[in-house]
Design a protein around this ligand. Structure first.
Ligand code: PGA
Length: 252
């Protein structure tokens, strides 16, 4: 059996309620022939319950939060816990996105706690990582990715890894219009699978979905998705246009 095929949209801090509702509705209509593809919408916190309700009867459609707290509960004003997300029937949480690492200085230790709380509350995780441009220029991209993966995944069991997907997002490609070439993506995804195989087992590595993210769009998605180790995409900018997002879903 082949691995799952997945297209996830990360809306970031975009849309208001009306826009979110119509975007969901347009994506539903435009992707109704794609029941084999797992589709995940990472909407902003205030619209998650609406997204859950509007997608409840759809096949293979899931809703995710873009972040969760590293704390379980209590006096942490402004934070959103994994338990809260679980209680509104949210399915996924994004952890380790480069914007969270850069702007909010999230450390590996915090990422581990977030993943633990997510898994303890029956949420699945998409764990993001990827190298900066300077690291690639200096030929350090493999070492960077290896460290990012080992530092966090070593805290989890092989059983827990069944609820963690990976997203390789080279930072130089996020929101820049510059995409990794299919060769660069495939090379890194195959390397990531080897690391997971060493950390856990070959079977787990072969079953693990690894998404590519970073300026993936309606034009380049099919080339990227045709790579043997690329199991789909985490889409930022292009997930805000229903037409483009649906084209990406049809790109396998
Ligand atoms: P982008 O964002 O598609 O706009 O480059 C991807 C991401 O940040 O997940």
């Amino acid at each position: 059996m082949g691995r799952k095929k997945i297209v996830a949209g990360n809306w970031k801090m975009n849309t208001n309620l009306d826009e979110a509702i119509s975007l969901i509705s347009d994506i539903k209509t435009g992707s109704n022939h794609s029941s084999q593809i797992e589709k995940i919408i990472f909407a902003p916190f205030p619209f998650l319950k609406t997204a859950v309700d509007n997608l409840a009867t759809e096949t293979n459609f899931f809703v995710g939060a873009q972040n969760c707290s590293e704390h379980i509960k209590g006096a942490y004003t402004g934070e959103v816990s994994a338990e809260m997300l679980s209680s509104i029937a949210c399915d996924f949480v994004l952890v380790g996105h480069s914007e969270r690492r850069t702007f909010f200085k999230e450390t590996d230790g915090q990422l581990i706690l977030k993943i633990q709380h997510a898994l303890n509350n029956n949420l699945k995780v998409i764990f993001c990582f990827g190298e900066h441009l300077e690291e690639r220029k200096h030929g350090q991209h493999f070492d960077t990715v290896k460290l990012q993966l080992e530092n966090v995944l070593k805290s989890f069991s092989e059983e827990q890894l069944k609820n963690i997907y990976l997203a390789y997002e080279p930072v130089w490609a996020i929101g820049t219009g510059e995409t990794a070439t299919p060769e660069q993506a495939q090379e890194m995804h195959a390397y990531i699978r080897r690391i997971v195989s060493h950390l856990f087992s070959e079977v787990t590595a072969q079953n693990l979905p690894i998404l590519y993210g970073g300026s993936c769009n309606a034009q380049n998605a099919s080339e990227l998705f045709s790579c043997a180790d690329v199991d789909g995409g985490l889409i930022g900018g292009a997930s805000l246009k229903a037409d483009d997002f649906c084209k990406i879903i049809s790109s396998f």
